[in-house]
Structures are given as structure tokens and as C-alpha cells.
Design a binder for this molecule. Structure first.
Ligand code: ZN
Ligand code: ZN
Length: 260
């Protein structure tokens, strides 16, 4: 599979990147290319169109319902509902926490029934239960973040070379679900919104060091730090992780692509 960084600024869009959104593409056994989004945060819908047509989205996978991870679903709803020529493909599956339709309807000012169910086919994550989207097998694990439901996602594809694993932290502080999601991952896309010595609050976000600790405990091959807010120093985040993680390590940049 291939990962493209659409948006990676933490907590709200920055001058050079939208908030959280990651495009995953992979071919199925018949050679059909599938495209799914990990989160669709503020500002991401515009940048996404530099990479794909919106009609090519096969599913949206939401880790949680904070605005920087889900709010551009409102714009996508408009694109689908009001496309003058009619939307050419079926409703887009949206996996997320319980109540995602109601929350998005509230955000847009719609009645919750029908909300956005005309445009999206909503389904709720169930911890540990994998869902299949084309060639992607996606398993949610519980994260440690101050909202009703938040998940880390383990995404796997299998081809002639074997099984490939990408893990995405969503937003979380250290927790068993994070290590479970990242177990022996080829690439671990992990948030590092906090800095050691600056952000003392717990059960919200990881520091670079705590991301590194999770990657080391999970035996991930490659750690890619993301969700850095505008006030973080990427080199400091990487240095924190480097103290405890000896594998391949980098900080994302917008538009970058990674083969997994
Ligand atoms: Zn966030
Ligand atoms: Zn959050």
C-alpha cells in the first residue's frame, strides 16, 4: 500500500498543512486501485483534490470526532449532495465512533434524521473487530484521549510479497491499545503533539518520547511522527523519540508518500 500525507498539522491547520488526513491506496487482486482516508480533518478536503478526485474515495475511516480529524466530512457531504451532474458512485462508507452521523449533522446544522445518511453509509467501530474495505483490513483498538470514543487503527494488506502493516495512532496518550495496533508494524504513523518538559497533562497526547516508547514496545520497524502543532519543534520531537527508539525514524512533511 502507499501512504500519502494530505494533512499532518496537529490540532488545527497550519500555514503549510491541513489538520489530520492521510490517503492510503492499494490494488486488490483484480488490479482495481482502492483509496481510503484515515481521518478528514479541517482543511484537508481542498488539499486532497491535488491528489485524487473526490469521487475516487472508497471509504473514510475516522479515529475520533474532534474537529481536526472529522470536520471536512461536512464539505464532502456538500460535494456529494449538490454535485450538478449527480454523484456518480454509491454512498461512501464512513467508519467512526458511535453517533458520527448525529455529530456531523449537528456540526452542519442538519436534523440528525436523516443527517448525512443520504451521502454516507455510516458504521460504528467495534473494538478489535476488523472491517474489510477492498484490499484493506482495518482493526480498531481503543486509544487514550478525552472524547467518548477514540481509536488507533491497524491497517493491513496482503499481496505476493506477504502482509504489510501500517498503524495509525489517531490521538492518544500511552495505552495498551496503541501498542496492540502498532505490533510489528512496517510503518507506525504516530502522533507527537506534546513536548517533554512543556506539556505535563496526561491522557490526551503523546510526546515524541512516548511515541518512541510505544514504537519500541510494539517492535515497529519504522516510526513516522505526525500531528505536530504549529508550536512544536520537529527536531525536538524526533530527538525525544530517538532516545528510546532505535528503528527508522522521521517526522512527516505534507505531501510525502511512503510505500508500506
Ligand atoms: Zn487531533
Ligand atoms: Zn483529538
Amino acid at each position: 500500500m502507499e501512504l500519502t500525507i494530505i494533512g499532518c498539522t496537529g490540532s488545527f491547520p497550519g500555514p503549510n498543512s491541513p489538520a489530520s488526513c492521510y490517503l492510503l491506496t492499494a490494488d486488490d487482486a483484480d488490479g482495481r486501485t482502492w483509496r481510503v482516508l484515515l481521518d478528514l480533518g479541517s482543511g484537508a478536503l481542498g488539499t486532497l483534490q491535488q491528489h485524487i478526485d473526490l469521487t475516487q474515495i472508497d471509504a473514510v475511516l475516522l479515529t475520533h470526532l474532534h474537529a481536526d480529524h472529522c470536520l471536512d466530512l461536512c464539505g464532502l457531504h456538500v460535494a456529494i449532495k449538490w454535485c450538478p451532474s449527480g454523484w456518480p458512485v454509491p454512498r461512501i462508507p464512513v467508519y467512526g465512533p458511535q453517533g458520527t452521523n448525529e455529530r456531523m449533522a449537528l456540526a452542519y446544522g442538519l436534523e440528525s434524521d436523516p443527517g448525512m445518511t443520504g451521502e454516507f453509509d455510516f458504521a460504528a467501530w467495534q473494538t478489535g473487530r476488523p472491517v474489510q474495505v477492498g484490499p484493506f483490513t482495518v482493526t480498531p483498538s481503543p486509544a487514550n484521549h478525552p472524547t467518548d470514543e477514540a481509536y488507533a487503527l491497524r491497517v493491513q494488506t496482503t499481496d505476493d510479497d506477504g502482509t504489510h502493516t501500517l498503524a495509525y495512532s489517531g490521538d492518544t496518550d500511552s495505552c495498551p491499545g496503541l501498542v496492540e495496533a502498532a505490533g510489528s508494524a512496517d510503518l507506525f504513523l504516530c502522533e507527537a503533539a506534546f513536548h517533554e518538559g512543556r506539556d505535563e497533562v496526561r491522557d490526551v497526547h503523546l510526546t515524541g518520547r512516548r511515541a518512541g516508547e510505544a514504537a519500541a514496545e510494539a517492535n515497529a520497524a519504522r516510526l513516522v511522527l505526525t500531528h505536530l502543532p504549529i508550536w512544536n519543534d520537529p527536531e525536538r520531537s524526533a530527538a525525544e523519540a530517538r532516545e528510546v527508539f532505535s528503528g527508522e525514524l522521521e517526522v512527516v512533511v505534507p505531501g510525502a508518500t511512503y510505500k508500506v
